[in-house]
Design a binder for this molecule. Structure first.
Ligand code: PHE
Length: 505
C-alpha cells in the first residue's frame, strides 16, 4: 500500500511549525529565559538553534522523507541495532503527551474560568488550592481532580478526531490551529506593549545577565529548550517528513519551520513580558518579583495580570479567552504530533489498524495521564518533565546524531538533501551532525548530571526523583524489547546504504 501523503507542501510545513510551536513557546520559553539570564539567554539559545537545532531538524526531515519511514524503521534501515533509538524517541514522546495533555486540560478549565474572570480574588490561591487542591508533596496523591480529568478527556478526544483521517484531517486542522494562536499573540502583544509599565517588563526580558552564561545548566537548558521546542528527538519530524514526496524540498522547509518557531517564541515573550511589566507597575514591585514560578506563569501570573487590566470584567474576560484559546490552539498541534509519531511507528512495524490503534492509545494515554490529574499530579508532572525534557532528550539526540552522522554518513544525507533542495547545504552540516551535536550534548549531559547529583532537583524527596530518573532506565529497555519483536512487514529491515531520490522504499 502506498504511504499516505500530505495534501500540499503547506500542510506539511504548517504541521511541522504547529508541532514545534507549542506550549513550550508560551509556557516554557519565557520562564526558561527569565530564570537563565533574561536577554543573555538568547546567546545560548541561538547558538543551540544554529549549531544543533537546525542541522538535526534537517536531518530528521531528510531521513523520514528519504526512507519513507517512521523513526524506528528509518533508524533500523540504517542499522538494525539502531532501531531501538527510534523506539526510545517515540516512547519518550508518548510519555510526554501523557502530561502535556494534562496541561491542555488545565487550559480548557481556565478557558471556562475566563468567563467572568473566576480567579480574580487571588490567582495563586485559586490555582493551587481551589483548582488543583494541591497536596503536600509527591508522596500524597490525594484524589482525582475531576475538572482536570474532564479537560484531559476533551484533549484526547480532540486529538483522536484530528488524527483519525491521517494527513488529510491534519492538513485541514493546521490551516487554522497554526495561524490562530499567532494572530492572538499579536493581539495580546500589541495590547500588552501599549500598557503602562510594559517597557520595564520588556527590559527585564531582554536585559542580559551575562554572568549566567558561566553556568552549565543555562546551556543545558538552552539546548533542551531548542530540542523540545523543535520537537526533535521524538520521532515526530521523521514521521512528518515521511509523508512527503521523496523529491520535496528539505533545506527550505527546515529553515522556515525553525525560524517560524523562534519567531513565535519571541512574540510570546513580548506578549507575556509586556503584561508582566504592566502588572509589576500596578502592584508597585520589581518585575523580578512577579516573574516567578514555572508553570505558574500561565496559570497564576498571567491570570493575575489579566485581572488588573483596565476596562472591567468584560474586557478582562475577553483577554482571558484570547489568552487561553491561544494556548489551546498553540498546544494542540504539538500534542497530536507526538501521537502521530507513535502511530506512524505502529503503522510501519505492527500494522495495527489506524483507528483501532488511535482509540487504544488515546484511552491508554488518558489513563496514564490520570496520575498527573490528581492533587499531587503537578509535582509528578514537574519531575517527569525534568527528567524526560532534559535528559532523555539529550541522550536520544546524541544517539540519533551518531547514527545519522556516522553510521549512515552525514555526507550521504547532505547529498540527498542537496539533490532535492533549492538552498544548498554546506559541509558545516556534516560537521554539526558528526561532531558538534554529539560532543556538545555529551558535555551538557555530563555537567548536568554532576550538577544534578550535587544539587538534586528543587528539594523533592530523593525517592521521588529516583522514580523520575528510573524512567531513563525503563524507557530504553521497553525500546529494546519493541525493537526485537519481528515486524509483519518483510521489507522492514531492508538496509539502505545510501539515500537517493530514485530508489524505491
Ligand atoms: N515543541 C513543543 C513545544 O514547544 C513541545 C513538544 C515537544 C511537542 C515534543 C511535541 C514533542 O511546546
Amino acid at each position: 500500500m502506498a504511504r499516505e501523503k500530505w495534501t500540499s507542501r503547506w500542510a506539511f510545513v504548517l504541521a511541522a511549525i504547529g508541532s514545534a510551536a507549542g506550549l513550550g513557546n508560551a509556557w516554557r520559553f519565557p520562564y526558561m529565559a527569565y530564570s537563565n539570564g533574561g536577554g543573555a539567554f538568547y546567546v545560548p539559545y541561538f547558538v543551540a538553534l544554529f549549531l544543533a537545532g537546525i542541522p538535526l531538524l534537517m536531518a530528521e526531515f531528510a531521513i523520514g522523507q528519504g526512507l519513507q519511514s517512521s523513526a524506528p524503521k528509518s533508524l533500523g534501515k540504517i542499522r538494525k541495532g539502531a532501531e531501538f533509538v527510534g523506539w526510545w524517541a517515540v516512547i519518550t514522546g508518548a510519555l510526554i503527551t501523557f502530561y502535556y495533555n494534562v496541561i491542555m486540560g488545565y487550559i480548557f478549565n481556565y478557558l471556562y474560568y475566563s468567563f467572568g474572570v473566576a480567579w480574580k480574588e487571588d490567582t495563586s490561591n485559586f490555582f493551587f488550592n481551589k483548582f488543583l487542591q494541591i497536596s503536600s508533596g509527591p508522596g500524597e496523591l490525594g484524589g482525582l481532580r475531576w475538572p482536570i480529568v474532564i479537560g484531559l478527556a476533551l484533549t484526547w478526544l480532540w486529538i483522536y478526531f484530528i488524527l483519525r483521517k491521517g494527513t488529510q484531517s491534519v492538513g485541514k486542522t493546521v490551516i487554522w490551529t497554526v495561524p490562530l494562536p499567532v494572530i492572538l499573540l499579536l493581539v495580546l502583544g500589541i495590547r500588552g506593549i501599549t500598557l503602562e509599565g510594559a517597557s520595564q517588563g520588556l527590559n527585564y526580558l531582554f536585559e542580559p545577565n551575562f554572568a549566567k552564561l558561566a553556568q552549565p545548566s543555562v546551556w543545558a537548558n538552552a539546548f533542551g529548550q531548542i530540542f523540545f521546542s523543535l520537537s526533535l528527538a521524538f520521532g515526530i519530524m521523521i514521521a512528518y517528513g515521511s509523508y512527503n514526496n521523496k523529491k520535496s524540498d528539505i533545506a527550505n522547509n527546515t529553515i522556515i519551520t525553525a525560524l517560524a518557531n523562534s519567531a513565535t517564541s519571541y512574540l510570546a515573550g513580548i506578549a507575556v513580558f509586556s503584561v508582566l511589566g504592566y502588572m509589576a507597575f500596578q502592584i508597585n514591585s520589581p518585575v523580578s518579583e512577579v516573574a516567578k514560578g514555572g508553570i505558574g506563569l500561565a496559570f497564576v501570573v498571567y491570570p493575575k495580570a489579566i485581572s488588573l487590566f483596565p476596562g472591567g470584567v468584560f474586557i478582562q474576560s475577553i483577554i482571558g479567552i484570547a489568552f487561553f484559546v491561544m494556548l489551546l490552539t498553540l498546544g494542540i498541534d504539538s500534542a497530536f504530533s507526538l501521537v502521530e509519531a507513535v502511530e506512524a511507528a505502529n503503522e510501519d512495524k505492527f500494522k495495527v489498524n489506524k483507528k483501532a490503534f488511535l482509540t487504544g492509545f488515546s484511552i491508554f494515554g488518558f489513563i496514564c495521564g490520570l496520575l498527573f490529574a490528581t492533587q499531587g499530579g503537578l509535582y509528578w508532572l514537574d519531575i517527569v518533565d525534568h527528567f524526560l525534557g532534559i535528559y532523555a532528550l539529550l541522550i536520544v539526540g546524541i544517539l540519533e546524531a551518531i547514527v545519522i552522522g556516522w553510521v549512515l554518513g552525514a555526507e550521504n544525507l547532505r547529498e540527498y538533501i542537496n539533490s532535492v533542495s533549492e538552498i544548498k547545504v554546506g559541509k558545516w552540516f556534516n560537521f554539526s551532525l558528526k561532531f558538534i551535536i554529539p560532543i556538545v550534548l555529551m558535555f551538557i549531559l555530563i555537567t548536568n548530571l554532576i550538577d544534578e547529583i550535587k544539587n538534586p532537583y528543587e528539594g523533592y524527596p530523593i525517592w521521588a526523583l529516583l522514580i523520575g530518573a528510573s524512567l531513563l532506565v525503563i524507557t530504553p529497555i521497553v525500546a529494546i524489547v519493541l525493537s526485537k519483536i519481528p515486524s509483519k512487514d518483510k521489507n522492514y529491515y531492508k538496509r539502505v546504504e545510501k539515500i537517493t531520490v530514485e530508489g524505491g522504499e
